[in-house]
Design a protein around this ligand. Structure first.
Ligand SMILES: [Zn+2]
Length: 255
């Protein structure tokens, strides 16, 4: 396995992807790695809203053709993370506050519905997997790892979608959670955690008790409180270097 240092020295130092990743030569692997690296970099705001994503630079970094880069960008666009334009450079999406409200409205409706499906499929194994996840969230919170906390908070909701047994709901919610993570990263107060862990525990209790109305109400309130933490914030950090950010996120998604 390649050491992280290879990637941390930056985009232009990687001359040949095949030498670095001999085992990952298929196009779908490349698309998958590039998609996950860019998605994470956007959600964590290492790549800020409006940042240009030139096809040639991304193609060079991941050793892929512009055609494949366009496939990656189209996937990110479907998730609401990237804006693409004909004959213009794609950019990291900048959802407006109105679009942000719309995304949360759809998410609330879907997640309320999801409660019904999860209660129907409730079992000790389901309960354990959710409780274990909340424990992970608590550990991440205690160690002050904001990035990990943010990722785990979103994954709690994706885990519920998976447990619902409805593949379409899982897919749509996956897209919505990505979109909402970008919105929260753009608009949230600094240092506010994405989801209150105690609220996740409350949801598990309601589901365990088979109380659908309470579960729906708690989910509605939970997502509303997450949404209401969103405030416009002027973040005037220095313009980051696309190459070094891609290098950092590629290394995370290559193992
Ligand atoms: Zn949550």
């Amino acid at each position: 396995m390649v050491s992280l240092d290879v990637f941390q020295i930056g985009l232009y130092s990687i001359q040949n992807f095949d030498q670095v990743y001999p085992e990952m030569s298929s196009n779908s692997d490349r698309v998958d790695i590039a998609h996950r690296a860019l998605r994470q970099a956007i959600i964590e705001q290492a790549l800020k809203a409006g940042t240009k994503l030139p096809e040639d630079e991304i193609g060079r970094h991941f050793s892929m053709s512009r055609t494949l880069v366009r496939v990656v960008l189209a996937k990110l666009q479907a998730q609401g993370l990237v804006d693409t334009y004909h004959k213009r450079t794609a950019t990291v999406a900048q959802p407006s506050l109105a679009e942000a409200r719309d995304a949360f409205a759809v998410r609330r409706a879907l997640e309320r519905e999801m409660m019904k499906a999860v209660i129907k499929r409730w079992s000790p194994a389901v309960e354990k997997s959710l409780i274990d996840h909340v424990r992970e969230e608590e550990v991440a919170h205690a160690t002050g790892d904001v990035r990990l906390s943010t990722r785990l908070a979103g994954e709690f909701h994706l885990k519920l979608a998976e447990l619902s047994g409805n593949a379409l709901l899982e897919r749509y919610l996956g897209e919505l959670v990505s979109r909402c993570s970008l919105i929260l990263a753009m608009y949230s107060r600094p240092h506010s955690s994405e989801c209150a862990i105690s609220e996740h525990s409350g949801l598990i209790n309601a589901l365990k008790n088979g109380d659908l109305e309470i579960a729906k109400q708690l989910m509605d309130e939970h997502l509303s409180s997450v949404e209401n933490r969103a405030l416009v914030e002027d973040d005037s950090a220095a313009e980051p270097d696309l190459g070094s950010i891609l290098a950092r996120f590629t290394s995370r998604h290559s193992s």
